[in-house]
Design a protein around this ligand. Structure first.
Ligand code: ATP
Ligand code: MG
Length: 449
């Protein structure tokens, strides 16, 4: 009886799995905070005699008092068993299958417990790895303890049982959440070698959650960062996108640079950030993106990558002009050169090319403020994005602040005022005034998707 009361208040240790099991008062997560579809999924699994736990980012975010952006469920049912339980569900993936369970517009990702963690790492010889220790197959079902051990950070290996309102904590993730520490499960070097992308994930989580990377976790990164070169470029791109769209892109990019990880992801970053105008431009762009995401506004990845590449485009553009090329052809040449050069590095999908090029190509047209031209530019379908881009250029001092202000006024003005605003000289040379705007005065609200 007393034992029961104690375990209800303080939690208990599972003898079978070794996990610490925390009751509601110890973790503070309330069922109302959880998406109905996720609860229903766990419930259906339980009714069929399977385990069903909320896992990963959602549990971590709930513990931290943040609203999770999606909910993942872990279960001991096989993908085929899960699919049969839910009418609206489908199996995704070939190498490692997961099941998408849909209710309304919500999709819950259901994953069968996997066994590829620390335990197996001790018998490393038997697992297929490449010559740097990278895991080549990740495809064995296991129990919940195995599943916890194959996850990356302690704060990502927490399982929430909605029926009992308990959190199963295998590696002290709840304590690390409270201390704001990001700690790798198992031996950090081995785990980074198994999957070098975990280094990028470390930088992303540290930035997103404002956590401190535990010293032992951080130490091997400086040496292992070059292993990112062996990762498929598409996966690096996905990770870059997650970092940039995390709502903490500015901190994330600085975190990457501090850990020396940007060479593998944004190789241009050094050159950009070493140039004051480039630095101001990128900072303004990332801040704008972060602000939009904080306000739940759509942020366009193509726009964002367009800003990341712009300092390079600009540099090439100026160089070609200086070599005697006319402005417009010089810009188009520079755009193509930069896009070609980055393909081997970051693999920005070609589907973004169209928007990036349009936004770049419209920039010189903002200089033309006479006759019918400003009216025609206003009508352009990409005007909004291009104007937002112009504001970032103005903010960084690349073009005069006055140019951005002129276009802001021109959009708001009535017929007569517009006519009076038109300049006689339709294509003045860009002035390079280094006037900086105050933060918050930028185009934070105007970047169109
Ligand atoms: P986010 O809120 O950014 O989605 P998340 O923790 O849910 O964060 P996901 O990338 O969605 O991150 O992955 C879900 C879970 O899967 C993680 O919490 C982690 O436990 C596990 N995981 C994902 N990628 C890896 C990896 N490369 N190595 C080990 N575990 C991983
Ligand atoms: Mg997630």
């Amino acid at each position: 009886m007393i034992r029961r009361i104690i375990s209800k208040v303080f939690g208990r240790k599972s003898r079978a799995s070794g996990a610490q099991i925390l009751p509601q008062p110890r973790h503070g997560i309330r069922r109302e905070q959880i998406d109905d579809c996720a609860l229903k999924t766990c419930e259906t699994l339980a009714q069929a005699g399977f385990k069903g736990y909320l896992v990963g980012g959602a549990v971590r975010d709930l513990l931290l008092g943040k609203t999770p952006k999606d909910f993942d469920v872990a279960t001991d049912a096989t993908p085929e068993e899960v699919r049969r339980l839910f009418r609206r569900s489908r199996i995704i993936g070939r190498r490692f299958q997961i099941v998408h369970v849909m209710c309304g517009r919500v999709t819950i990702e259901v994953t069968t417990f996997r066994a590829n963690g620390q335990k197996e790492a001790e018998e490393e010889d038997e697992r297929p790895t490449d010559e740097h220790g990278r895991l080549l197959s990740d495809n064995v079902f296991g129990n919940m303890a195995d599943d916890a051990a194959r996850r990356d950070f302690t704060i990502n290996a927490l399982y929430y049982d909605p029926a009992r309102e308990e959190v199963h904590d295998y590696f002290g993730g709840v304590a690390d959440c409270k201390k704001h520490v990001l700690r790798m499960i198992g031996d950090p070097e081995t785990r980074f070698r198994e999957d070098p992308v975990r280094m990028l994930r470390a930088a992303r989580f540290a930035a997103k959650l404002d956590f401190h990377i535990d010293e032992a976790t951080r130490r091997p990164v400086a040496t292992l960062a070059p292993l990112l070169a062996n990762i498929p470029r598409a996966r690096i791109f996905d990770e870059a996108l997650k970092l940039l769209m995390s709502g903490h892109a500015l901190r994330g990019v600085h975190q990457l640079r501090a850990e020396g990880l940007h060479h593998g992801m944004l190789p241009l970053l050094d050159t950009i950030l070493d140039d004051p105008t480039g630095e101001r431009f990128i900072t303004a762009a990332l801040k704008t993106t972060d602000a939009r995401i904080a306000q739940d506004k759509p942020a366009s990845p193509a726009f964002l990558f367009g800003t990341l590449l712009w300092p390079q485009v600009l540099q090439r553009w100026r160089a070609l002009e200086a070599a005697g090329e006319k402005p417009q052809p010089a810009l188009f040449l520079a755009m193509d050169e930069v896009l070609d050069a980055q393909r081997g590095q970051l693999a920005i999908p070609r589907r973004y090319d169209g928007m990036m090029k349009e936004v770049w190509a419209l920039q010189p047209r903002f200089e033309q403020r006479g006759g019918q031209r400003p009216y025609r530019l206003l009508e352009h379908p990409r005007f909004r994005a291009a104007y937002d881009f112009l504001l970032l250029r103005a903010e960084s001092g690349e073009v005069a602040a006055e140019l951005g202000e002129w276009w802001t006024r021109f959009q708001e003005a009535g017929e007569d005022e517009r006519a009076a605003m038109l300049l006689a000289d339709s294509s003045p040379k860009p002035r390079r005034r280094r006037k900086r705007r105050k933060p918050g005065e930028s185009g934070a609200e105007t970047q169109s998707a």
